[in-house]
Design a protein around this ligand. Structure first.
Ligand code: PBG
Ligand code: ZN
Length: 326
C-alpha cells in the first residue's frame, strides 16, 4: 500500500534521524590530494590558474605533506612542473635521477613514510612540444611512447613511488609499466591507470597552471570521446587484464554513470578525479554570489562517492575535511 501508509518524510523529521539513515558518508580517508612539485630548492609559489594550489619542493613540501597526513588523508598524487630547460622531445627529465618528481618522492618517502605516494606518469609535462607521447610524422607513436613510459615508471619506483598512475591513455601502457617494474624487482609497486580519461575542456585550469598545453591538439587521438560510455568499460577491462591494481575515471561529475557501471562490473578500487575545471566552476560561481561554493563542493563529493567511487582525487580535500569536522 502506498500513501498514507508510506510516508518517506518520517525518516527526515530531525537532523538525528537524517544522520541515522544517511547512506553515504565522506571521510578523510576517501581523499587523494594532487600536489605539484618542481626541482628548484624549497619552492612555494601559488598557481594562478588554480587558486589554492601551489608548486612545492623541499621543506615547504615536507611540511605540507605532514599536514595532509595529520588531517587523515592517506595518499597524495604527484605532478612534476618542469622548466623550459628541463623539457625535450623525449621527456628525459622524467626518467633521470634528479627530476622534480623523483626528488620529491625520495624526500617524502624518507620524511613522511606513512603517506601513500602516487606518481602521475605522462610525457606531456616534460616534452618541449607538450604532447603526451613521442611523435612520428606528426602523430603520436604509441609503441615508442610505451618504451619511455616503462623507463619513467622504473625511475619513479626507484625513488619511492608506491603507485604509478599513467595518465596518457596509450594502449598497452599498464603492461609496459608492469613488465618494466617486474624486471627491476618492483613487484609490489602498484599501477593505477587513468583507464577512462575523457578528452575534456575541464582540464583547462590544470593545463594553464602547469604549462603543459600541446602546440597542436592531439588529445582526441588518445583520450576518450565524452560521448562513449561502453568504450570506457572496454578500456577498464583491458587495463585490468594488463594487471592494473586500481583505476581512475576522469572527470568525475560528468562521468557518474561511468563510475556506477564500473562499480557494478569490476571489483577493483575505483578513484574518480574531480578535475581542475569542475573545481573552478564551483569556486567562480561562489565568488560571484550565485551559490554557496562550500556546500556545492560537499554535495559534489558525496555524489561522486554515492555513484560508486572508493576514492576521490580532489584539490579540495583539506577544505572538505574542515567542513566535515565543523
Ligand atoms: C596529464 C594530466 C592532466 C590532468 C591530470 N593529468 C591534463 C591533461 O590530460 O590534459 C588534468 C587534471 C585536472 O584538470 O585537474 N598529465
Ligand atoms: Zn599527457
Amino acid at each position: 500500500m502506498a500513501f498514507p501508509a508510506q510516508r518517506p518524510r518520517r525518516l527526515r523529521t530531525t537532523a538525528q534521524m537524517r544522520d541515522m539513515v544517511r547512506e553515504t558518508r565522506l571521510s578523510p580517508s576517501d581523499f587523494i590530494l594532487p600536489l605539484f612539485v618542481a626541482s628548484d630548492k624549497d619552492a612555494e609559489r601559488p598557481i594562478t590558474a588554480m587558486p589554492g594550489c601551489k608548486v612545492l619542493s623541499g621543506k615547504p613540501l615536507i611540511k605540507y605533506a605532514k599536514k595532509i597526513r595529520d588531517h587523515g588523508v592517506p595518499a597524495i598524487l604527484l605532478f612534476g612542473i618542469a622548466t623550459r630547460s628541463e623539457k625535450d622531445l623525449t621527456a628525459s627529465t622524467a626518467s633521470g635521477s634528479d627530476g622534480p618528481v623523483q626528488t620529491a618522492l625520495a624526500q617524502l618517502k624518507d620524511a613522511v613514510p606513512d603517506l601513500v605516494l602516487i606518481a602521475d606518469l605522462c610525457l606531456c609535462e616534460y616534452k618541449s612540444d607538450g604532447h603526451c607521447g613521442i611523435l612520428k610524422d606528426g602523430q603520436i607513436d604509441n609503441d615508442a611512447t610505451l618504451e619511455r613510459i616503462g623507463a619513467i615508471a622504473t625511475a619513479y619506483a626507484r625513488s619511492g613511488a608506491d603507485v604509478i598512475a599513467p595518465s596518457g591513455m596509450m594502449d598497452g601502457m599498464v603492461q609496459a609499466i608492469r613488465t618494466a617494474l617486474d624486471a627491476d624487482d618492483f613487484k609490489n609497486t602498484a599501477t593505477m591507470p587513468y583507464s577512462a580519461k575523457f578528452a575534456s575542456a575541464l582540464y583547462g585550469p590544470f593545463k594553464a597552471g602547469t604549462d603543459s598545453s600541446p602546440e597542436v591538439g592531439l588529445h582526441h587521438t588518445h583520450q576518450m570521446d565524452m560521448a562513449n560510455g561502453r568504450e570506457a568499460m572496454r578500456e577498464i577491462a583491458l587495463d585490468l587484464d594488463e594487471g592494473a591494481d586500481l583505476i581512475i575515471i576522469k572527470p568525475a561529475l560528468p562521468c557518474l554513470d561511468v563510475i556506477r557501471d564500473a562499480r557494478e562490473r569490476f571489483s577493483v578500487p575505483i578513484a574518480a578525479y574531480h578535475v581542475s575545471g569542475e573545481s573552478a566552476m564551483i569556486r567562480a560561481a561562489g565568488e560571484r554570489g550565485f551559490l554557496d561554493a562550500d556546500k556545492v563542493m560537499m554535495e559534489s563529493l558525496v555524489c561522486i562517492k554515492r555513484a560508486g567511487a572508493d576514492m576521490i582525487i580532489t584539490y579540495s580535500a583539506l577544505d572538505a575535511i574542515a567542513q566535515l569536522q565543523r
